[in-house]
Design a protein. Structure first.
Length: 269
């Protein structure tokens, strides 16, 4: 990636080669020192123990919280799950901002949800607190077709317990858990045609982000270049072809995710 690109975002990237040449302040490898980047962290290994543990924890939390919510979705248990997930999401955002500020890398663009993963965090908060149908549908398709894939092929450079790794999987995992809990725990379902509606909204959002990229020289949503680390986009060919392929794959995933509910009971609007 062009080093002139500004890459600030909440969750979609972890500090990587840009930190090359940094002088670390200690040689003592404690978890706290690795977390704060005081020593050089180990490189993240796809499908290594850290990666598998993050995926397993996300799955376990989804099943557990869904089971709790089903007991009393409108009662105390349901409220505890809803406010707990909203608090976890907002706490993760606050932790990212504080960590970036502490490291001297915080900029205005860290606060702009211009990656789809970042926008999904705030949509998840609205969806879990209000259970509005459109917010749920956006979250369901974005989380299951986008955020989950980002966790499977993560743009992560450093391993646990580096703060970037923790926040990446913590925030992405919380978004996925929220989407699955609303579906399996609170019984929400996408309406007929929701896949197409969310797809068109996503295209409109991508067009807006593309204009931001042109104006500022940024690479939000990876519209100008692929991530530096291996991801699914690598299988989609060079720019700009990979954008067209990604859009087609995204639509196919949206349609597939709607299939289980195609013949379900009508949903409230």
């Amino acid at each position: 990636m062009d080093p002139g690109f500004r890459r600030g975002d909440l969750s979609c990237e972890c500090p990587g080669p840009a930190s090359a040449g940094v002088t670390y302040s200690t040689s003592v490898r404690t978890p706290a020192a690795v977390f704060w980047g005081l020593v050089e962290p180990n490189r993240f290994v796809p499908w290594g123990p850290d990666h598998l543990a993050a995926l397993a924890l996300t799955a376990t939390a989804s099943v557990g919280l869904s089971a709790v919510a089903r007991r009393a979705p409108e009662g105390r248990a349901g409220r505890a799950v809803r406010f707990g997930l909203a608090g976890a999401l907002l706490s993760g955002v606050a932790a990212h901002v504080l960590a970036a500020a502490w490291g001297g890398t915080l900029s205005l663009w860290d606060l702009a949800p211009l990656h789809l993963c970042d926008l999904a965090i705030f949509v998840a908060v609205v969806a879990i607190l209000t259970r509005r149908q459109l917010a749920f549908e956006l979250l369901y398709f974005w989380a299951c077709a986008g955020t989950l894939l980002a966790m499977i092929t993560p743009d992560v450079w450093y391993a646990f317990p580096n703060w970037g790794c923790i926040l990446f999987f913590g925030l992405h995992g919380a978004v996925v858990v929220t989407a699955l809990t609303l579906t399996a725990g609170f019984g929400m379902r996408p309406r007929a045609g929701a896949s197409w509606r969310v797809f068109l909204i996503t295209l409109a959002y991508a067009a807006l982000v593309g204009l931001v990229n042109l104006a500022l020289g940024t690479n939000y949503m990876y519209l100008r270049e692929k991530p530096l680390t291996p991801t699914l986009l690598d299988a989609f060919g060079p720019w700009p072809g990979y954008l067209i392929v990604a859009a087609g794959v995204g639509l196919a995933l949206f349609l597939f995710l709607e299939l289980p509910f195609r013949f379900g009971r009508p949903q409230r609007r």
